[in-house]
Design a protein around this ligand. Structure first.
Ligand code: K1U
Ligand code: ZN
Length: 170
């Protein structure tokens, strides 16, 4: 297993649209293991392949406190989304230190393949529904800051670029 580098906003590669996974083979299984290790190491509750510069439709999620309930969604599709919305504070491992409110469907139904390539269907609400929608946005090349006002987004972009310059100088 290996820790993978996570792309940081405003890296243009975060705006790549991911392609479907063609086969749940040894390469994808190794990527799942590496993504789970990377997500747990970064104290995240989700990670999309886009964030580790792999542009295939794969996300890993674990909202459990013990970090022992990994959820793998390959080629996920939202088959139903409630018209009822909720606003939750979101964070992103690609935008470290930034949290802000985003409005999303309160409940969703999702179909996907699991880590063994089996079809499954899932009903989600609360933080799980928020996290799945956030991760699926990554697969479409969308970062949560794009829901914020242009003013907030530009401030975040400037802050991230400054942080990157300081890291490069150190
Ligand atoms: O996509 C990512 O970068 C992961 C992101 C997922 C997410 C968090 C909160 C709302 C929506 C989506 C994170 O895990 S950022 C870290 C974080 O916010 C968090 C970590 C532990 C518990 C709760 C939140
Ligand atoms: Zn994110």
């Amino acid at each position: 297993m290996a820790l993978l580098p996570i792309l940081c906003y405003p890296d243009p590669r975060l705006h790549t649209v991911a392609k479907p996974v063609q086969a749940v083979d040894a390469r994808i299984k190794a990527l799942i293991d590496d993504m789970l290790e990377t997500m747990y190491d970064a104290n995240g509750i989700g990670l999309a392949a886009t964030q580790v510069d792999v542009h295939e439709r794969l996300v890993v999620i674990d909202i459990s406190e013990q970090h022992n309930e990994p959820l793998v969604l390959i080629n996920p599709e939202i088959t139903w989304a409630s018209t009822d919305k909720q606003v939750s504070d979101e964070g992103c491992l690609s935008v470290p230190g930034i949290y802000d409110g985003v409005e999303r469907s309160a409940a969703i139904k999702v179909t996907a393949l699991d880590g063994e390539g089996r079809s499954r269907a899932l009903d989600a609400q609360g933080i799980l529904a928020v996290c799945i929608q956030h991760e699926m946005d990554h697969l479409l090349g969308k970062v949560f800051v794009e829901y914020l006002s242009p003013l907030k987004r530009n401030r975040i972009k400037t802050k991230m670029l400054k942080a990157r310059r300081e890291t490069e100088r150190a």
